[in-house]
Write a protein that binds this ligand. Structure first.
Ligand code: ZN
Length: 119
């Protein structure tokens, strides 16, 4: 891995099962669930987003087929979905200590200031 990549590597603020909205590209506007986060490549795999068609060549005992599959998109092209704003929003992470003295990170929508709570 190059030095450059190492130095700009940081934790993505998205995690698995987050609901996001795609903000640019051919799937702009689509809302989907994050299936996988690739922190190394700063990409996320989102359910139903960026579907690519793979032509799989047949083998001796398996026929060829056309397979449609999600492909990861760059995290900069998606935003966390805020149900109050009904759109993808930027968010900030707030850290506080709860009653059990545990640090809790909450994500706040920058538009409506509501905490973004997802199942
Ligand atoms: Zn909001």
């Amino acid at each position: 891995m190059s030095m450059l990549k190492e130095s700009c590597k940081r934790k993505l603020s998205l995690k698995r099962n987050d609901l996001i909205q795609v903000m640019v590209g051919k799937d702009k506007g689509k809302i989907g669930k994050v299936m996988r986060v690739d922190a190394e490549d700063m990409r996320v795999l989102v359910e139903g987003v960026n579907i690519v068609t793979r032509h799989v060549k047949g083998k001796q005992n398996a026929p060829g087929e056309i397979r449609k599959k999600e492909s990861a998109i760059h995290y900069a092209n998606v935003l966390l979905y805020c149900s109050a704003c009904v759109r993808g929003v930027r968010h900030r992470r707030l850290r506080h200590v709860d009653a059990d003295n545990k640090t809790v990170v909450q994500r706040q929508c920058v538009r409506c200031k509501n905490m973004i709570v997802q199942a």
